[in-house]
Design a protein around this ligand. Structure first.
Ligand SMILES: Cc1cc2nc3c(=O)[nH]c(=O)nc-3n(C[C@H](O)[C@H](O)[C@H](O)COP(=O)(O)O)c2cc1C
Length: 431
């Protein structure tokens, strides 16, 4: 049995943790003195040694990413925090910002010091009003206390932080689209190379890191590599937030060491299936990660374990579907999202997501044809690995995995002339 841990969630039970004085009483900003006492490159090495991997989806090693930042360019270096959190099923960053916004501000200060950044940006999903107000309040309070601005705590280190609100587009979570949007341009992904570490914001060296990633850094500085590595596995160390939603008794965010078996997250922490229903499918890391089934419940939830089961850890957003869920309809819901959010820059994603939406719509409405499933697979093949950014790949995940595990259900929609589940959706303009 894996115990839940209290690292990033350690202050979530305190309803005054968002106030700077209370945050200080709870050991807040304690990592600053520890950080300023070290050389910046030693901090980068510390994060490398800890093995921290990005919590925004791809799991890229954070210290290594910082190490790629171009030096001696004569341009500033930027830290941009990705607080867009738009992957369906993911709601960890917003709870962190609501309950413990100073944890991110503290992370921004020490991470900026480590990489030599003097102007940091936080790109927040525009609809997230309450987390945004909490975060701006924390930034303002940090300025008032001299923790942001000039000569922070007499260290000689200066840092300004700007909170920028996006306009609510999934694509603006993709790091190059995010940077374009932050510059005031259309939020569309850019070709790499050059990578942001060489030419990012305003064509200057930039690292884009997720909220949870940045909020984890102060803990590593304060408590050290061995402590961090005492949780999780060799390749996926540390604590991780898991967002659990769907047909469970107790949905919410839970913090476990990486590598916790999915069963303990879903059946344990999240209270198991609602109304005693059977589990049919679950996503390990949001809608862009292939669905798994009840047969995969003993899979360790770390980057390697979930990949071994044929999916991806992504953002560790576990959406749980019971036996009552129609998988065609679930795919239709997801695909409507992707078709709407496709930025339109590349043809496979722009056209493919729309065709998939139409085919799934006609299957669900009772107008499906026997070769629709093969057509869906063909379209997925034309999108996966062929679209400009990973949005397209993600759009194929629900469909490919649902066809792999629940093909019978798709066939039934054709042979039975419509959806066998109650409340079938009729999609206007489905074909
Ligand atoms: C379509 C799309 C949406 C994304 N949305 C987010 C997001 O909302 N938040 C996030 O941190 N990363 C998101 N990412 C991943 C980012 O591109 C990037 O990998 C991440 O911010 C890096 O941070 P990390 O190294 O701390 O994980 C998204 C990627 C894609 C392709």
């Amino acid at each position: 049995m894996t115990e839940q841990v209290k690292v990033l969630t350690s202050r979530w039970g305190d309803n005054r943790a968002h106030e700077i004085d209370r945050y200080g009483e709870l050991d807040g900003y304690a990592s600053l003195d520890a950080a300023f006492g070290k050389a910046p490159e030693d901090l980068v090495q510390l994060v490398k040694d800890a093995g921290l991997r990005g919590r925004g989806g791809a799991g890229f090693p954070t210290g290594m990413k910082w190490g790629f930042l171009a030096k001696g360019t004569g341009k500033p270096t930027y830290l941009v925090v990705n607080a867009d959190e738009s992957e369906p099923g993911t709601f960890k960053d917003m709870e962190l910002l609501e309950r413990d916004p100073h944890a991110l501000v503290e992370g921004v200060i020490v991470s900026s010091y480590a990489i030599g950044c003097r102007n940091a940006f936080i790109y927040l999903r525009g609809e997230c009003g309450w987390p945004g107000r909490r975060l701006q309040g924390a930034i303002d309070a940090a300025y008032d206390k001299g923790l942001l601005g000039r000569d922070i705590k007499g260290s000689g280190f200066d840092l300004d932080v700007v909170l920028h609100r996006g306009a609510g587009a999934y694509i603006c979570g993709e790091e190059t689209a995010l940077l374009s949007s932050l510059e005031g341009q259309r939020g569309q992904p850019k070709l790499r190379p050059p990578f942001p570490a060489v030419e990012g914001l305003y064509r200057a060296p930039t690292t884009v890191n997720n909220v949870e990633t940045v909020a984890t850094v102060p803990w590593i500085i304060r408590k050290g590599v061995d402590w961090f590595r005492s949780m999780g596995s060799e390749k996926s160390p540390g604590p991780k937030l898991f967002s659990v939603s769907g047909d469970v008794v107790n949905p919410g965010n839970f913090e476990f060491p990486l590598g916790v078996p999915a069963r303990e997250v879903i059946m344990g922490a999240a209270g198991g299936m609602r109304d005693g229903k059977e589990l049919k499918a679950w996503t390990p890391g949001g809608s862009s990660t292939p669905m798994l089934t009840a047969d995969h419940l003993d899979t360790p939830m770390d980057f390697e374990g979930i990949q071994g089961a044929g999916s991806l850890l992504g953002t560790a957003a576990v959406m749980v579907f019971s036996e009552d869920v129609c998988m065609v309809r679930a795919c239709l819901n997801f695909t409507e999202f992707y078709a709407h959010e496709s930025c339109g820059k590349c043809t496979p994603c722009r056209e493919g997501t729309d065709w998939m939406r139409k085919i799934l719509g006609r299957l669900e409405s009772g107008q499906g044809q026997p070769d629709d499933m093969d057509t869906l697979k063909d379209i997925c093949d034309s999108i996966f690995g062929r679209s400009f950014c990973a949005l397209g790949d993600g759009a194929t995940s629900p469909i490919v995995s649902a066809l792999k595990f629940f093909r019978d259900e798709f066939d039934e929609h054709v042979s039975g002339g419509g959806c066998p589940f109650p409340g079938a959706r009729v999609t206007v303009g489905a074909h």
